[in-house]
Design a protein around this ligand. Structure first.
Ligand SMILES: [Zn+2]
Length: 51
């Protein structure tokens, strides 16, 4: 089983249990919920690059 990190909220989830996924600059990201996926798709750079 593979665990992945939701880049929006930081939650660790099982890849198989992800609510959705999106590809950004060649990297696949997984999300705990559709809401997180929508936020990521709206501003992906903020989610992966913000710190
Ligand atoms: Zn999330």
């Amino acid at each position: 089983m593979a665990s992945v990190t939701d880049p929006v909220c930081g939650m660790t989830i099982e890849q198989s249990a992800a609510a959705g996924s999106a590809t950004h600059e060649g990297v696949i990201y997984y999300f705990c919920s559709p809401a997180c996926q929508e936020r990521f798709e709206a501003e992906p750079d903020t989610c992966v690059g913000g710190r």
